[in-house]
Design a binder for this molecule. Structure first.
Ligand code: COA
Length: 263
């Protein structure tokens, strides 16, 4: 299927979704959000890939936020629907049963920062800039920013970032725990793909379990979280890849994981 605002390809089990509106720094309008949703639905329903990388076209921006040119024509009810739509799509990304990496090549502001935070982790270029600048437009983040940022960097820092609306560098974002690794701009995509391909060759049931247990576990008390871990441990133990992992270790060879979701 052809898209107007995104590029999508799958190579060696790694899907790359590129937000492709470089003239407006890859700003998210409703049509772009719809195309992102379509890609995510296809990856999920058609089992298209074992890892997803999300990035932005051009060398200036990952995504510079929701498309502000849409705002003047929106009333409060439409704004509610727009925020809900964005949140639903970002939940779909967060809940994909495969690892997702945000490859942040430039500005990740507003909806861009929120999109990156809905991925499992963020790799950033030294030139990347992060922020929730909505306050400067007289509004607040609407695609989960207040919530995911607070969970990732803590309440006080999240409040400071959302209240001041200032941008921070990739290095500052790394120090806060928002970004996992920072790379030279020219190395970012290659390094990200290296990790993505390595993840695509790991045990898929175990990867899915790690993701689910951490995502759900941080929202509940420790005892409940550990109970979730026990269940997920048992599920991963019953997978084909778990048998292969232990056998390969005992036979002193590299495991050949199939990545099947059956257990
Ligand atoms: N929505 C719509 N258009 C956007 C946009 C957005 N979120 N972010 C950038 N653009 C457009 C600009 O309007 C400009 O279009 P033009 O060439 O037709 O004038 C183009 O992208 C380039 O942006 P520009 O502002 O000229 O680049 P810059 O290098 O001077 O500044 C930013 C870059 C990211 C600092 C600046 O574009 C910006 O502040 N963007 C808005 C960020 C924001 O508030 N996001 C949250 C929205 S809720």
């Amino acid at each position: 299927m052809d898209y107007k605002n995104v590029l999508f390809e799958v190579k060696e089990n790694v899907a790359v979704l590129t937000i492709n509106r470089p003239k407006v720094l890859n700003a998210l309008n409703p049509e772009t959000l719809g195309e992102i949703e379509d890609v995510i639905d296809r990856i999920y329903k058609e089992n298209l890939a074992r890892v997803l990388v999300i990035t932005g076209a051009g060398d200036k921006a990952f995504v510079a936020g929701a498309d502000i040119s849409e705002f003047p024509k929106m009333n409060s009810l439409q704004a509610r629907l727009f925020a809900k739509k964005g949140q639903d799509i970002f939940f779909k990304i967060e809940n994909l049963p495969i690892p997702t990496i945000a490859c942040v090549n430039g500005y990740a502001l507003g909806g861009g920062c929120e999109l990156a935070m809905s991925c499992d982790f963020i790799y950033a270029s030294e030139k990347a800039r992060f922020g929730q600048p909505e306050i400067n437009l007289g509004i607040i983040p609407g695609f989960g920013g207040t919530q995911r940022l607070a969970r990732l960097v803590g309440r006080a820092k999240a409040k400071e970032l959302c209240m001041r609306g200032e941008q921070i560098s990739a290095q500052e974002a790394k120090e806060l725990g928002l970004v996992a690794k920072v790379f030279k701009p020219e190395e970012l995509m290659d390094k990200t793909m290296e990790v993505a391909k390595a993840l695509a060759n790991k045990a898929a049931v175990a990867l899915r379990a790690i993701k689910e247990v951490i995502n759900r576990g941080v929202e509940v008390d420790l005892v409940t979280g550990c109970a979730l871990e026990v269940e997920a441990f048992a599920t991963s133990f019953a997978s084909e890849d778990a048998k292969e992992g232990a056998t390969a270790f005992l036979e002193k060879r590299k495991p050949n994981f199939k990545g099947s979701f059956t257990s």
